[in-house]
Ligand binder design. Structure first.
Ligand code: NAP
Length: 496
């Protein structure tokens, strides 16, 4: 959804080479399934005209003496990676990245749906940066287990927490604990081979699955549940998930929205893309699809697409994604395990949708980090432009946040770039104000502390060895990779 102003573009085409996810096309070259973006772009700029002199990113901070600023980044997902990128634009800065898994890239590896392989190539821009000798990688090191927050503060002038929001929100309705009702995050982690989720089991034996919530995660899960296994086989989906989905009986995924279609949480592009799924119909089960004169461009487009789906004839024999709106879950039914979900409809009526598998895709919350303040209501670490603040609103010196733990679970991968730049800007202000100038241990002291604590870090080379081995395993069956889903296997591959 990126627009390049034809008045200023010199048509050199370099952006097409550079775009890490191959997302840039000349408008006349847009493939049929992306043609909708031409109109979307034009309509966006009808309402939001470009104005000269719009704010640009802040200038990079001038070089500092080597080692004058040592920063720890906790996490290695996209939020962390963009923070490292922003920091290392300034010569002299040293960054150490800590990640509890032996593998980097967080939700790019374990969240992005396998049929969105292009999106995953964003790691190409991070790969270059991790190769820089000023960046130390300490994967397989968990803060709170191998090192404490105080250890980090003893070896760095500043710590940026980029730990995401990994706890799934709960519905708070009767029957929620019945097996068969799972967080969508568990399903996503399972099909993406996250070691924490690889051993989950999902009942794929019935025709119907119900997903609560209609954000992009719900759409990802619905596609993966219904896509042809042969198509999934061309992706990096975890082998156990590919095997299970190859024997699935699911024909219908019902996606529940508690509000009307104008509040659909999916993004326009993801909603529109469902139209092009082979063998899958999209059914929109509501008549309440009229737009209003003051609707923003996104809402107008979502309603327009929904009306198109609503008018479509179903193809007998196709699988179906059914969008229902104004439908609120009130109870998971069943005795020993989930057998269905009772939903409340307009007018006080209820209905039971029979299914042994319910995925709740209603958003995430962060988890408190030991020694840091936490906002229980929002599930984030309280902060002011990335500076962590205590309950009185005073900055906690040297401690910062970026990504979902800073702003809540919203936005796409690229949103983390501006988010990280804001945090790093705050950090530089503090550095320039002399607030990050204490004595801290250097790399050698850090290595010693890690050894003393019995940590078993995997460095960048170790990850490259895991990566190479996963690709080698995939090449035999023409798959991009076959992921390791077991930490011991990852460590063995890292040690070569
Ligand atoms: P989300 O977009 O916040 O959607 C959450 C959904 O859950 C909403 O429909 C919400 O309804 C519903 N919900 C919340 N509490 C509920 C309750 N108690 N009962 C019933 N429904 C409830 O969350 P998400 O899908 O987890 O996505 C998180 C972020 O990741 C989003 O910014 C998303 O765009 C991004 N993401 C992007 C992609 C992509 O670009 N392809 C893929 C995956 C995720 P209300 O609106 O009524 O609250």
């Amino acid at each position: 959804m990126h627009f390049i102003d034809p008045e200023t573009c010199i048509d050199c085409g370099a952006c097409m080479e550079e775009c890490p996810v191959d997302a840039i096309y000349y408008d006349e070259d847009l493939p049929a399934e992306l043609a909708i973006f031409r109109d979307m772009n034009a309509r966006y700029f009808d309402r939001h005209p470009l104005t000269a002199g719009e704010p640009v990113s802040p200038a990079d901070h001038p070089a500092v003496e080597p080692g004058a600023l040592r920063v720890a980044v906790v996490g290695a997902g996209p939020a962390a990676c963009y923070a490292v990128a922003a920091l290392t634009r300034t010569p002299g800065v040293e960054v150490d990245v800590y990640e509890r898994l032996p593998t980097p890239f967080g939700l790019v590896r374990a969240g992005v749906a396998p049929d969105h392989q292009h999106t995953k190539s964003v790691v190409d821009i991070f790969n270059r940066m991790f190769g820089d000798s000023r960046v130390g990688c300490h994967f397989n090191v968990q803060i709170g287990r191998d090192l404490t927050h105080d250890d980090l503060m003893a070896h760095h002038h500043a710590v940026i927490y980029a730990v995401g929001a990994s706890r799934s929100r709960e519905l708070g309705i009767p029957g929620e604990r019945l097996p068969g009702n799972s967080p969508a995050a568990d399903f996503v982690g399972w099909y993406n081979g996250h070691p924490d989720h690889a051993r989950h089991e999902f009942d794929l034996s019935a025709e119907r699955v119900v997903i609560v919530g209609n954000g992009n995660v719900a759409l990802d899960a619905a596609r993966v549940l219904l896509m042809d296994a042969a198509e999934l086989a061309g992706t990096d989906i975890a082998q156990h998930a590919l095997d299970a989905l190859s024997n699935s009986s699911i024909r219908e995924v019902v996606i529940l929205g508690r509000r009307s279609a104008r509040y659909g949480a999916y993004s326009v592009g993801e909603f529109a893309a469902l139209e092009h799924l082979p063998g899958i119909d999209v059914v929109v089960d509501t008549n309440d699809l009229a737009d209003l004169p003051d609707d923003d461009v996104e809402t107008t487009l979502k309603l327009e697409i929904a009306r198109r789906y609503a008018q479509r004839e179903a193809n007998p024999g196709n699988k179906r994604i059914v969008f229902r709106f104004d439908t609120t879950p009130v109870e998971i039914t069943g005795t020993d395990r989930a057998e269905g979900i009772r939903v409340g409809l307009a007018g006080g009526m209820t209905e039971v949708l029979d299914t042994p598998l319910i995925l709740r895709s209603i958003g995430y919350r962060g988890i408190p980090s030991p020694g840091l303040p936490f906002d229980e209501d929002r599930g984030v670490i309280p902060n002011d432009r990335g500076r962590v603040v205590d309950p009185d609103g005073a900055p906690v010196e040297g401690v910062y946040v970026t990504g979902w733990i800073k702003r809540g679970p919203r936005g796409v991968i690229g949103t983390n770039r501006t988010c990280a730049e804001e945090t790093v800007e705050s950090l530089w202000q503090d550095f320039d104000g002399g607030r990050l100038s204490g004595q801290v241990g250097n790399r050698e002291a850090l290595r010693q502390t890690l050894a003393d604590r019995g940590a078993d870090p995997v460095g960048w080379k170790g990850w490259r060895a895991i990566d190479a081995e996963e690709r080698r395993r995939g090449s035999a069956t023409k798959r991009p990779r076959i992921k390791f889903v077991d930490i011991a296997e990852m460590l063995a591959a890292a040690r070569g």
